[in-house]
Design a protein around this ligand. Structure first.
Ligand SMILES: Nc1ncnc2c1ncn2[C@@H]1O[C@H](COP(=O)(O)OP(=O)(O)OP(=O)(O)O)[C@@H](O)[C@H]1O
Length: 649
């Protein structure tokens, strides 16, 4: 992202701010505070009120098996039918071929375009790219315009081609890099850039919009799913403010690889069809410290069911009365196309409400589709953040313009997976002073952002304040349910044990233990209370490095309690190991791995990018021969630019 001050202050159009940060503070508690060792706190408040249930809460606890969560929680019939099931890690590993057999194999010219966004929503009457405030419109029709010279295809995702019904042979077309660098038109497409706003680092930033992303069009695949294709780094738009509309190879490799790695982990995300170099250089001051340099330009083709963000609604609410109606029109559009099960809610669907058991019946989601929608957005967001916490992912820039209304991970800027466990880790150099977006704060930030979303909908009179608060409550409940479930699965247990997890996280932080490798190795512990003390740590010796006597005792004590829990769970060791390995990845896209692929690609060698993609598509599998991709970062990786990055660079 760009912090407000790093883009033109003269183009701060809107000054409207939201009052919901105070309501967020009033409702939030630090969601992880009871589990994590001390970490920055930005939101403190009482716990959510008594739990209410929603009509979507058919699946109370426990949630479904983690590796299927994305498939189940986002599957048709489970309350979120507008969003196609993500490919589960299992299918990413073995099922791609099978899934492909069902889908069509079309040439680019044969894709089934359906430009509902442009057809149904108010657009900007102008089509020029002059930076400006775009009022009363959700988008501007503009075409890609990045300068291109002999573009090259760096990497591509066959599983994304499959989502689109695109024949993977199309990747071999000589004109493929030209089309996906925007230099040649995509037949049937209808390009545009979206208008949105956002809160950046807690401050209302006014109009942002797609300053360097241009949607090529939307298509409907043979399974009836809507997919939008977007080029990131394709040139200026009216939303570019003073910036160049371009992206560099370094950040594009990170976005391409991490969105596919996230999908491999089974976590909802925007996807990436391909990555091309433009053949041109782009000047970037990577740390905004007055040392710009030339970097190779590149463009990623991102794919999602929708790129709508919280900021897409906020911008219109911020503009006052005249544009409030656009919030409603956009909300209607979103529900119609992406949450169709909410269109015609029936009273009978509220039967699962706890009202009959004495909970307040004052929030009846069946009487207001917008309230039901707000709750669903809140729940999807909570579920997403819980899954990030489970794999140790830190997004780095959780501004409201980076919050997908579908609950997808969106915008891979200065992200980072935890290596040594540190709750206050932030991968974003811009975030260092306050660590607002550090690992431990993500659950609270998700809630803060939901509060802004609720404020937007209530400003447009789509939901009441009580309904907005209820969405926040649901966020808290959903987050805790899913987080506890995930942590329990990571430990291979059947029952949530708060004290055990809390002590574990404390131990991990004290000894700076590698988060990913620890959980992977933990599955080797045997449920045998008779293992002598001096042998207990053997399975973990690769991650418990350089610890003294006192710390060894702390770990032994924790392991003894853990083994007691394992014994009482009664799950055979081998069965538990397999279950744990299906939720504790062996491979995560550590920043140093990205950097090695970037270094090679900048020299014209794209093999490492392609190899990393293959490894990260199957993160839960052992993958003999690929063990080096599970190693800890080498010493050279602990420098800014590798383990930490700035926004939008
Ligand atoms: N090089 C650039 N040229 C024009 N606009 C930019 C550029 N970099 C960032 N922006 C704009 O700054 C705002 C915030 O940046 P942020 O880093 O969140 O976005 P991004 O990484 O470009 O895009 P996205 O959120 O779509 O992944 C967005 O409006 C974005 O379009």
């Amino acid at each position: 992202m760009h912090h407000l001050t790093s883009l033109s202050p003269s183009l701060r159009f809107s000054s409207s701010s939201s009052s919901s940060s105070s309501s967020a503070a009033a409702l939030s508690k630090n969601l992880l505070s009871s589990l994590l060792p001390s970490s920055p706190r930005i939101l403190r408040s009482p716990p959510p009120r008594k739990r209410l249930s929603s009509p979507f809460d058919r699946r109370r606890s426990p949630p479904p098996p983690l590796r299927r969560m994305s498939g189940i929680a986002f599957a048709a019939g489970e309350g979120i039918s507008g969003v196609a099931p993500m490919e589960s890690p299992a299918s990413a590993a073995v099922g791609v071929g099978a899934a492909r057999a069902e889908s069509a194999r079309l040439k680019l010219e044969e894709l089934n375009w359906d430009h509902s966004f442009v057809r149904e929503l108010p657009g900007d009457p102008r089509t020029d790219k002059i930076p400006r405030e775009v009022l009363h419109a959700c988008y501007t029709k503009v075409s890609p315009s990045a300068e291109v010279e002999d573009p090259k295809l760096v990497a591509w995702s066959e599983s994304v081609a499959n989502l689109l019904d695109l024949d993977p042979k199309e990747f071999e077309r000589p004109d493929f890099p030209l089309i996906f660098s925007g230099a040649a038109p995509l037949v049937g497409g209808l390009p545009y850039a979206q208008c949105y706003g956002g809160h950046q680092f807690g401050v209302w930033a006014g109009q942002l919009g797609d300053g360097r992303a241009i949607t090529l069009g939307e298509l409907i695949n043979s399974r009836g799913e809507r997919w939008e294709l977007q080029l990131k780094g394709a040139g200026k738009t009216p939303y570019s403010r003073f910036a160049d509309g371009l992206a560099v190879l370094r950040s594009s490799i990170r976005e391409f690889l991490c969105s596919e790695a996230m999908n491999g982990l089974g976590i909802p995300t925007t996807r990436a069809l391909c990555l091309v170099t433009t053949g041109k250089y782009v000047v970037r001051d990577m740390f905004y410290d007055g040392n710009p340099k030339d970097e190779p330009g590149a463009i990623v083709c991102r794919v999602a069911q929708s790129f709508l963000r919280f900021g897409s609604y906020q911008i219109h609410a911020s503009r006052g009365k005249e544009d409030l109606d656009i919030v409603r029109v956009l909300a209607d559009y979103t529900i119609r196309h992406h949450f169709p099960h909410l269109e015609n809610l029936k009273k009978s669907e509220s039967l699962s409400f706890d009202a009959a058991q004495g909970d307040s019946p004052s929030i009846d989601l069946t009487s207001n589709k917008y309230a039901a929608w707000a709750v669903e957005v809140a729940e999807r967001t909570a579920s997403l953040v819980a899954r990030w916490q489970g794999v140790g992912f830190t997004h780095g820039v959780l501004n409201t313009d980076n919050m997908s209304v579908l609950g997808l991970t969106i915008d891979y800027g200065p992200f980072g997976f935890l290596d040594a466990f540190d709750p206050s880790y932030t991968p974003n150099t811009t975030d260092l002073p306050g660590r607002r977006y550090c690992f431990a704060n993500q659950p609270d930030i998700g809630l803060w952002n939901i509060a802004q979303f609720g404020t937007t909908l209530s400003a447009a009179k789509l939901i009441s304040k009580d309904e907005a608060n209820y969405a926040m409550e649901r966020y808290g409940t959903k987050f805790m349910d899913e987080y506890q479930y995930i942590m329990t699965k990571k430990l291979g247990l059947t029952k949530y044990n708060k004290q055990l997890i809390s002590k574990l996280l404390n131990n991990l932080a004290v000894d700076k233990v590698d988060y990913t490798n620890f959980f992977r190795l933990l599955s080797n512990i045997k449920a045998d209370p008779n293992i002598p003390e001096n042998e207990l740590l053997v399975p973990l010796k690769a991650v418990l490095l350089d610890i003294g006597k006192e710390r060894k005792e702390a770990w032994i004590s924790w392991l003894q309690t853990y083994i007691e829990e394992l014994v009482s769970s009664g799950i055979p060791d081998e069965e538990r190991k397999a279950a744990m390995n299906s939720v504790n990845p062996k491979y995560v896209l550590r920043n140093y791995l990205c950097q090695s692929a970037i270094d090679a690609a900048e020299q014209g060698d794209y093999e490492e990018v392609r190899r990393l993609l293959k490894v990260m598509e199957r993160p839960y599998d052992e993958q003999p021969g690929m063990e080096k991709y599970a190693r800890l970062p080498p010493a050279w990786a602990y420098r800014p630019g590798v383990c930490m990055l700035s926004c939008s660079s």
